[in-house]
Design a protein around this ligand. Structure first.
Ligand SMILES: C[S@@+](CC[C@H](N)C(=O)[O-])C[C@H]1O[C@@H](n2cnc3c(N)ncnc32)[C@H](O)[C@@H]1O
Length: 226
């Protein structure tokens, strides 16, 4: 079912790379730095919320087989146009039904710039878990709740706060910020060992000219039983 969020990303799809370059979107680079050391050529990588393929690119270049999920058909079309070797499927990461991923098929699941869009952040971890082999890794970013920050000082806020991209008016949907301690608990509850985190400056929201801080989390699936 199309939502305001998927409609927003459909509208943004053809402008996404240009817009993210303008606001110095760097989460895919940090994701690659953390994730590339966990894979070898030929490994299967699942990109949850693949967008136009920015987060998948470094893993394709490493020789991994990369599958990307997204609920925006136009983002998927851009990803397909840019990266012929990407395996792509439309899926809503919030939805447990019709999950199109074979159980235990992936060495690594990655995700950048997506977690804050989701209504079901715990379900995301549960679904990433089913996709991974035992010993597989999950590397993802989340938009952090930062008390006192002009944009990130609220846990639930409009996605367009401080953005001046051409379709910002469509971005009236709410994004959800999280705290590291809560995310760590969710990971542990799903059988992941927490391996590390780092705070990154993901982009600059030009209206405030302040960095937007994300956490990058690295976790390893130690048991499928949790
Ligand atoms: C900010 S973009 C990030 C794209 C890419 N990972 C990157 O780092 O450039 C967020 C992506 O997540 C997708 N997305 C958001 N919520 C989703 C959901 N519930 N299910 C599937 N995809 C979703 C959007 O369509 C969009 O392509």
């Amino acid at each position: 079912m199309p939502s305001l969020v998927s409609a927003y990303f459909d509208w943004l799809a053809q402008l996404y790379d240009e817009t993210t370059a303008a606001c110095k979107w760097s989460a895919p680079r940090y994701l690659a730095e953390a994730g590339l050391r966990l894979v070898v050529p030929g490994d299967w990588v699942l990109d949850l919320g693949v967008g136009t393929g920015q987060s998948a690119e470094a893993f394709l270049a490493r020789g991994c087989c990369v599958a990307g999920l997204d609920f925006s058909p136009l983002m998927l079309a851009e990803a397909r146009r840019k990266h012929r070797s990407l395996v792509l499927a439309q899926a809503d990461l919030d939805c447990p039904h019709g999950w199109p991923v074979a159980e235990g098929a992936f060495h690594l699941a990655i995700s950048s710039g997506v977690y804050e869009c989701l209504l079901d952040p715990v379900g995301f971890i549960a679904r990433a878990k089913t996709a991974l082999r035992p010993g597989g890794y999950l590397v993802f970013t989340f938009d952090e709740f930062v008390p006192g920050h002009p944009v990130q000082g609220v846990r639930v806020g409009r996605a367009d706060s401080g953005i001046d991209n051409p379709v910002a008016d469509l971005a009236g949907w709410k994004l959800r910020r999280h705290s590291l301690d809560r995310v760590q608990v969710w990971l542990a509850e799903h059988g992941f060992e927490f391996l590390g985190e780092t705070q990154i400056e993901a982009d600059i929201h030009s209206a405030f000219d302040v960095p937007i801080y994300y956490r990058l989390v690295v976790a390893k699936l130690v048991t499928h039983r949790a």
